[in-house]
Write a protein that binds this ligand. Structure first.
Ligand code: PLP
Length: 391
């Protein structure tokens, strides 16, 4: 043991807050202090903390069966796959434990597809500001110096393009490109939505060249933008999609959804996971999907998102010294800041409101999709308090 080195690998700059309970949109410290949570574990607790239906689904499954190997059929996993196939473009699903694992499979699936076609298409195009996880594949895909520095040699086969540069995309997207991988709304990159027309144009370019379109909806999917998946706003469908975070509502669960064509290379033995698709995760995931796809749920997300956006626009107008504007969609909103974003996050925290910084000097507001209008009003009141403390 080296005394000076922390027992917990110090890869996070943690805020000195520690919560012992969560309920709905609220987190409570051991002291009893309550915080209004506009982070949802970074878009994870989609239905808030300790949603009674999720607690019941998890408890019931925990009493019946925790784990069996994927060497056996897992009915909860099959049911979740069928629900996702019924609600999306996809013909098939593979379950993972995280978004990073979903990224890894998406990359493998693309490569295997072209291998089976007998074609030399080595390159996956990705975009600056992207975030696909922290594995060696995912950091190579995102390509940012911040994430890759010191971890070389990087996995080859990725080309990172500037975000929003149509000419660069058109020039790069030729018959050597295997796939384009993109977040419809960049999360870590600072709530940067890809305009619908760009996503449509990207689909057309992929169709023209045969490249697969891989969407990373790990952060923006599962109802976050007011549609089950963000790409639905543009009226297009991908070939492969990565999902995680919200789908487990706080229980580790991710998925890769794909068309039969894109998945055609992935036969028995080509991929696997000990824990992916375990009965506990799938029981919770099925309940999350059932609730988010129930009549009226997404209408409410859109309504509350518009309400929150309008309130945020008011905040921006009254504090132009601190804020430049609002961006995002549904309940995935960002405040572009004129002052250092982490100062504002800290001031909000002092007002017992949790927000999360992102790149491009943005603070993210990702409340539970179940947040009430009263809680949104309260959140804005606390943000106003924070802003006044800095002005
Ligand atoms: N992709 C996107 C868009 C993400 O936002 C994240 C996590 O923030 C990931 C992938 C990685 O997911 P995980 O942290 O579950 O591995």
């Amino acid at each position: 043991m080296t005394a000076a080195f922390p027992a917990l690998l110090p890869t996070y700059n943690r805020t000195p807050l520690s919560f012992v309970r969560g309920e709905g949109s609220w987190l409570t410290e051991a002291s009893g202090a309550r915080y209004l949570d506009m982070t949802s574990g970074i878009a994870v607790n989609a239905l808030g903390h300790a949603h009674p239906a999720l607690v019941a689904a998890l408890t019931e499954q925990a009493q019946a069966l925790w784990h069996v190997s994927n060497l056996y059929r897992i009915p909860a996993q099959e049911a979740l796959a069928e629900a996702l196939v019924a609600h999306t473009f996809a013909d098939t699903a593979f379950f993972t434990n995280s978004g990073t694992e979903a990224a890894e499979l998406a990359i493998k699936m693309v490569r295997k597809y072209w291998y089976e076609q007998g074609a030399e298409r080595p390159t996956i195009l990705t975009f600056e500001g992207a975030f696909h996880g922290r594995s060696t594949g995912a950091i190579a895909a995102a390509g940012s110096e911040k994430m890759t520095k010191g971890f070389g040699p990087l996995m080859p086969g990725f080309k990172t393009l500037p975000f929003g540069d149509h000419d660069a995309l058109r020039a790069a997207l030729d018959e050597t490109v295997a796939a384009v991988m993109i977040e419809p709304v960049q999360g870590e990159g600072g709530i940067r939505p890809l305009p619908d027309a760009c996503l449509k144009g990207l689909r057309d370019l992929c169709d023209a060249t045969g490249a697969l379109l891989v969407l990373d909806e790990v952060q923006c999917g599962m109802g976050r933008t007011g549609r089950l998946f963000a790409h639905e706003w543009a009226g297009i469908t991908p070939d492969i999609m990565m999902v995680a975070k919200g789908i487990g509502g706080g229980f580790p669960l991710g998925a890769v959804l794909a068309t039969a064509k894109a998945a055609s290379g992935m036969g028995a033995g080509t991929h696997g996971s000990t824990y992916g698709g375990n009965p506990l995760a799938c029981a919770v995931g099925a309940k999350v999907v059932e609730i988010i796809t129930a009549d009226g749920f997404l209408d409410e997300v859109r309504r509350k998102g518009a309400f929150m956006r309008q309130k945020l626009e008011g905040l921006v107008a009254s504090h132009p010294d601190l804020f430049e504007g609002v961006r995002g969609q549904g309940l995935m909103l960002g405040l572009k800041c004129n002052r250092t974003n982490t100062d504002i996050v800290a001031a909000a925290q002092a007002a017992h409101l949790l927000t999360v910084p992102a790149a491009d000097n943005v603070i993210r507001l990702l409340p539970p999709l179940t947040i009430t209008e009263e809680e949104i009003t309260e959140a804005l009141h606390r943000l106003e308090q924070a802003a006044n403390s800095l002005s």
